[in-house]
Design a protein around this ligand. Structure first.
Ligand code: XMP
Ligand code: MG
Length: 179
């Protein structure tokens, strides 16, 4: 698996340091508010698992699975709910966790959906931000790292469902996806 990686972009240590910092920030912000933390499947799972342990106040957890109609590497903007929340967001402080924001289409859809469902507040926390990929005007409230416009894998991010379990973020060798 590791042989498929051309270079490590963000090391395991850098990720863990950042996650701890974001956890401290979110603890301060949400102290006494019981936010609903929504992880977007499947990419946010490692981030969610690590981050929630660094948030030192009550949180409720839920998961949502959405897919965009498009191929694996480009999102089309049309979003399909594959698994909806189990919890009502009405009146809640919702905190969406994402692995990466690229075009911004997935997240802008979710933000609008949660506002329509009468969430009290909706905030976006993403581990990675790829600002060059943006197709809609969407700025995350909290972003861990800004990454260049390259396809990255690891720590939740996949190529053809592989590499999600790498503890770091890396760039794949081109021959892997060029076949
Ligand atoms: P948007 O709607 O912001 O969607 O384009 C973000 C989703 O696109 C996928 N994505 C990536 N997945 N490496 C990945 O493994 C990447 O570099 C990458 N860029 C975008 C990902 O599914 C994310 O949730
Ligand atoms: Mg994905």
């Amino acid at each position: 698996m590791r042989d498929d990686i051309q270079s490590v972009l963000i090391s395991e240590e850098e990720i863990q340091e950042k996650v701890a910092e974001l956890g401290r920030q979110l603890t301060e912000e949400y102290e006494g508010r019981f936010p609903l933390v929504v992880g977007v499947l499947k990419g946010s799972l490692p981030f969610m698992g690590d981050l929630i342990k660094k948030i030192d106040t009550h949180v409720e957890l839920d998961l949502m699975d959405v897919s965009s109609y498009g191929n694996e590497m480009v999102s089309s903007g049309e979003v399909k709910i594959v698994k909806d929340l189990n919890t009502s967001v009405e009146g809640r402080d919702v905190l969406i966790l994402e692995d990466i924001i690229d075009s911004g289409l997935t997240l802008s859809y979710l933000v609008e959906l949660f506002k329509y469902r009468k969430a009290k507040t909706v905030k976006i926390v993403t581990l990675l931000d790829k600002p060059e990929g943006r197709k809609v005007d969407l700025v995350p409230d909290v972003a861990g790292f800004s990454v260049p416009d390259e396809f990255v894998v690891g720590y939740g991010l996949d190529y053809a469902e592989r590499y999600r379990n790498l503890p770091f973020i890396g760039i794949l060798k081109p021959e892997i996806y060029q076949g």
